[in-house]
Structure formats: C-alpha cells, structure tokens
Write a protein that binds this ligand. Structure first.
Ligand code: ASP
Length: 329
C-alpha cells in the first residue's frame, strides 16, 4: 500500500518565479502555491498518496519563530494521525537548517519529516525543485527514514537536521554535513541510508513548545579583528537572555570581547561559544572560558547553537544544565 505523505509549503526558491527562464537570481521567492508545486511533479503519486497545504509563502530569510511554532504544532497534529505516514516541508534554503533543527528538537514523533527546497526558481531552465521534491517524498515514504529525526534532502543527499549546513551561495549541492557527512543518498530515485544520528532528537527529545508563544531572545555576534565587545552591551540592553558568539577557530574570543561577555554572563546572560569557521568542533579550550561560565557549542554552527540555546532557556538558565544539553543534543 502506498504511504500517505503530507506536504507543508512555506515558500522559498522552490516556489520562486523569475522574469525569464535563464534567470536564477533576482526572482520572487514563494510566489508559487502548493497546488502548482504538486502539479509540476505528477510522478509523486506513483510513490505516495500526497496532499498538501500552504503554511506560509515567504523567502526563508524572513523566517520567524512564530512560523516555527506553527510548523511544529502542525507536524505534531498530522503525525499523530494514523493515516499520515510522513511530512515533507518545502522551504527556502537560506534558513532551512535552522527550521529543520528546531523541528528535530521539538516534534515528538518517529515518523519522517523531510525538508526540501531548490537553488533555482521554478521558472528556470533545469530547475532543481521538482527532482528535489520527488526525492524528498520518496525518502519520507521509505521505512528506513523512520526514527532518523528530521532530514534535509536536496540534490540527492540525505542529511541530518542537526549537521546539515548551507555551504554554498548558489550551488545545487549546497547542503553538506561538514563534520560528520551525510546519512545517505538518493540514486535513481532510490533512497539509501548508511548510518543514523546518535544525538538525541524528535521522539526522545525533552524539549516542548506546547503552549509557547514566543522564544527567548538570543543574539548571534560575529568575531572580527578589533572586536572590543561593544555589541555585547547592545545585546544585553536589548533584553537578550542568551548570546551566541561566533568566535574565531575553536571558539576563540578577542580579550576585550571576552571581558564584555564575562560581564554579561555574570549578569545571568547565557553565553555560548560557536565558531565562524565552516567546520569543526568547538571545545572547552581556554580555562578562562570555563571560569567565565561560557558554554562550548560542540559542532553546532552559530545558527543552530542559537536554536538549541533558545529551547534550553525555556527550561533553565543554569550553566551546568545548559552545558549538558549541548552534549546531549
Ligand atoms: N532566498 C531563498 C530562500 O531561502 C533561497 C532559496 O530558497 O534557495 O527562500
């Protein structure tokens, strides 16, 4: 029997409309609705019973936590239904990794949730959206995807929401998991898994956004030569409960910025050290970082560390407890 896969559309380049078939930039993202997306890929129905609904029609640069909360609630509702086997979310690639990680931590279901999108608008010659959508539905409909957490499927690779990063501004194979590699791939439409994620997610996650209407304010600050930490002050004054510092290399922080962050931490702001490097783990490193109460992001890039910190801050502001979460998730 064919599986029933529910598609939630949010916009992005996969739904993008450009003025000419040769244009791959300068288009309107999110202009095409779910009905037209599905109509463009009639092959979907060979592999699954599909139906869909529009959750948003945005360029994903404008993604908000309000939409994340709506998506999490809708995934929960749909996946609790016996007649729904999985969810595919069409999404812009710019913030796909953040949305995917948010759902990976907040939707308590073993059923597959797969995000996909496109790097070329739907109106372009050799648009990549239709094939990506077909591959995403095929992954969501495969038994091997059950229990793997939220997945990103684009250009023939299957990546975990925790590890996938948009690596390239325009290339079709933009999503990679630089530290740990892909979970699998899709060849000639056939999904193959080689491994699974070990960090806690979905059904085992202890995070809940039930009844939550707003997430804690967390800023990301980016390290650079001459950083004297003046933006730390601005973040604290704007009411941030947390700061993710995208440090240099292994989360290194220039001395004056470190002093400003230490003052913020002493006032109760949670400070996470991530990195502006494209790959690698951030470890405890300098003794002063630990002494100041900073938390190492492990392999989470700044955007993902922000998501985990926001969810953790819903539960606790205790540094030791937050450190533990960054080891578990
Ligand atoms: N700006 C677009 C978006 O994220 C890019 C894309 O979808 O590839 O919505």
């Amino acid at each position: 029997m064919k599986k029933h896969i529910y598609i939630l559309a949010t916009g992005g380049t996969i739904a993008g409309k450009a003025a000419s078939e040769a244009a791959t930039t300068g288009y309107e993202a999110g202009a095409i609705g779910i009905a037209d997306l599905l109509a463009a890929v009639p092959e979907l129905r060979q592999y699954a019973d599909v139906e869909g609904e529009q959750i948003a029609s945005i360029d994903s640069k404008d993604m908000t936590s309000a939409i994340w909360l709506r998506l999490a609630a809708r995934c929960k509702e749909l996946l609790a239904r016996e007649d729904v086997d999985g969810v595919v979310i069409t999404h812009g690639t710019d913030t796909m990794e953040e949305t995917a990680y948010f759902l990976h931590l907040t939707v308590h279901s073993a059923k597959p949730i797969v995000l996909t999108g496109a790097m070329r608008p739907a109106t372009a010659l050799s648009a990549d959206g239709p094939m990506n959508l077909l591959q995403a539905v095929r992954v969501a409909a495969t038994d091997e995807a059950v229990g793997q957490g939220v997945l990103i499927v684009l250009d023939g690779t299957i990546e975990s929401a925790r590890d996938a990063v948009k690596m390239h501004t325009t290339a079709l194979d933009t999503f990679q998991s630089p530290e740990v590699g892909a979970l699998g791939s899709v060849h000639d439409g056939e999904p193959v898994f080689y491994r699974g994620p070990l960090r806690r997610h979905t059904a085992q996650s202890t995070f809940s956004v039930e009844g939550v209407i707003e997430l804690p304010r967390v800023a990301i600050l980016y390290a650079h030569a001459d950083d004297d930490g003046f933006l730390v002050e601005a973040a604290v004054q704007s009411g941030c409960q947390g700061i993710v510092y995208a440090g240099m290399g292994n989360g290194s922080i220039p001395a004056r910025a470190e002093a400003a962050l230490a003052r913020a931490a002493a006032e109760g702001v949670a400070v996470v050290r991530s990195t502006r490097s494209a790959a690698g783990r951030v470890t405890r490193a300098e003794a002063s970082y630990e002494a100041n109460g900073f938390i190492a992001s492990d392999t989470l890039n700044p955007a993902k560390a922000r998501v985990l910190l926001q969810l953790t801050l819903l539960q606790t502001d205790d540094t030791a407890a937050i450190r533990k979460m960054f080891k578990i998730y």
